[in-house]
Ligand binder design. Structure first.
Ligand SMILES: Nc1ncnc2c1ncn2[C@@H]1O[C@H](COP(=O)(O)OP(=O)(O)O)[C@@H](O)[C@H]1O
Ligand SMILES: [Mg+2]
Length: 317
C-alpha cells in the first residue's frame, strides 16, 4: 500500500447468490482526489461503496481503505471514514444543531472540540441562523448539506457519498460540490456516486460502471479525448427518422438522440457532408451540422455500446 492512496481496490467482487452485482472492480484513489462512480441504477455503485465502507463483506478480491483491509479490519475502516448513504438518516424531530450534536457524540468527538467543530460545520453548510429549525422544516438542499456536515463531524480523511445530490436542483448541486472541493482541498479523499453525467465533470477521476463492471476509469478530459472518431451534432427536422436512416449507414459508428438533436459518431471529419447528404436525399431538411466535443453522456453511451458489441463478458466469467 503506497501512502498516497486513500483507496486501493483489486478485483473487488460481490455476489448475491448466483448474481454478480460487482465484478472484479479495481481502482485507486490518491489522497485528496475525488473519484466519481458513474452509471445507471443497478450498475453496482452502492454495492461497491458499501464494501469499501466495511459494511458489506466482499465475496472476492480485496480492498484497502486508509491502509486497512475492508474484509479483515472493517471496524478500523468504519471509524475513520465519513459515509453519506443514499438514504441518509437525519432526525426530523431534532433541530439542525441537535442533529450535528447527535452525530458528534456517536463518533466520539471530544467535548472540548465540540463547540468550535459544530460552529465550523454550520458555517460551511451555510446553515447559520437556522440552527434551531427542525430538520423536517428545512429544504431538500439544506438537508443534504446538513447530512454532509453530520457525515464529517469527526473530520474523516476519507468520505463516501452515495448519490448525495439526487433530487436537488442544479444550483444547489453546485453549492454542494463547492463544499466537496473545499474538503478535497484540505486533503480529504472522496468517493462519490452519481447518475448525473454533468456532475461527474466535478470529479478528478471517473469510473464508469455498467452491469457490475468498471468499463472505464480515467479523468474526464481523457475519457472524452479517448473516444473514437469525431462527434457531429445535427439539427434537422424529423430527428427520429433521421436516426433510423443514419443508424444503418456503414461509416456511422454511433447515433443517439439528444432531445431534438442527433449525435452521430463518424471516423473522421471528411464524412460530415456525406452525412448531411444522406439525410437530404431522404427529404429531411438539415438545419445545421457541427463538430462538438463529446459530453460524458456521449462517452458513456459509446462505451456501453462497445461493451455490448463485444458481448459484455458473460455473467459466468
Ligand atoms: N442485498 C442484495 N441482495 C441481492 N441483490 C442485491 C442486493 N443489493 C443489491 N443487489 C443488486 O445488485 C445490483 C446492483 O445494485 P446497486 O449496487 O444498488 O446498484 P446502483 O447503486 O448502481 O444502483 C442490483 O441489481 C441490485 O438489485
Ligand atoms: Mg445506488
Amino acid at each position: 500500500m503506497s501512502r498516497e492512496n486513500a483507496i486501493e481496490a483489486v478485483n473487488l467482487t460481490k455476489r448475491f447468490g448466483d448474481f454478480t452485482a460487482v465484478h472484479q472492480v479495481s481502482f485507486d484513489i490518491p489522497q485528496g482526489e475525488i473519484l466519481g462512480l458513474l452509471g445507471p441504477n443497478g450498475a453496482g455503485k452502492t454495492t461497491t461503496m458499501r464494501m469499501l465502507c466495511g459494511i458489506l463483506l466482499p465475496t472476492g478480491g480485496e480492498a484497502r481503505v486508509l491502509g486497512y483491509d475492508v474484509a479483515r479490519q472493517p471496524e478500523e475502516v468504519k471509524r475513520r471514514i465519513g459515509y453519506m448513504s443514499q438514504k441518509f438518516a437525519l432526525y426530523n424531530d431534532l433541530t439542525v444543531s441537535e442533529n450535528l450534536d447527535f452525530y458528534a457524540h456517536l463518533y466520539g468527538v471530544p467535548r472540548q472540540k465540540l463547540k468550535s467543530r459544530l460552529a465550523g460545520l454550520i458555517e460551511m453548510a451555510g446553515l447559520r441562523g437556522h440552527e434551531k429549525q427542525r430538520a423536517a422544516e428545512i429544504s431538500g438542499a439544506w438537508r443534504q448539506r446538513l447530512a454532509l456536515a453530520c457525515a464529517i463531524v469527526h473530520e474523516p480523511p476519507m468520505l463516501f457519498l452515495d448519490e448525495p445530490t439526487a433530487g436537488v436542483d442544479p444550483v444547489s448541486r453546485r453549492e454542494f460540490w463547492n463544499m466537496i472541493y473545499e474538503l478535497a482541498g484540505r486533503g480529504v479523499s472522496v468517493l462519490a456516486t452519481t447518475h448525473y453525467m454533468d456532475e461527474a465533470e466535478f470529479c478528478n477521476i471517473i469510473g464508469m460502471m455498467h452491469s457490475g463492471h468498471l468499463i472505464a476509469l480515467s479523468d474526464p478530459d481523457s475519457l472524452k479525448a479517448g473516444t473514437q472518431g469525431i462527434l457531429l451534432e445535427i439539427e434537422c427536422d424529423d430527428p427520429g427518422r433521421a436516426e433510423e436512416i443514419l443508424a444503418v449507414l456503414p461509416h456511422v459508428v454511433d447515433v443517439a438522440l439528444h432531445g431534438i438533436l442527433l449525435h452521430v459518431t463518424v471516423p473522421d471529419e471528411s464524412l460530415r457532408p456525406t452525412i448531411a447528404e444522406s439525410l437530404t436525399a431522404q427529404g429531411i431538411h438539415v438545419a445545421r451540422t457541427e463538430i462538438v466535443l463529446p459530453s460524458l453522456e456521449d462517452v458513456f453511451v459509446s462505451m456501453v455500446g462497445a461493451e455490448n458489441r463485444a458481448g459484455v463478458r458473460t455473467e459466468t466469467d
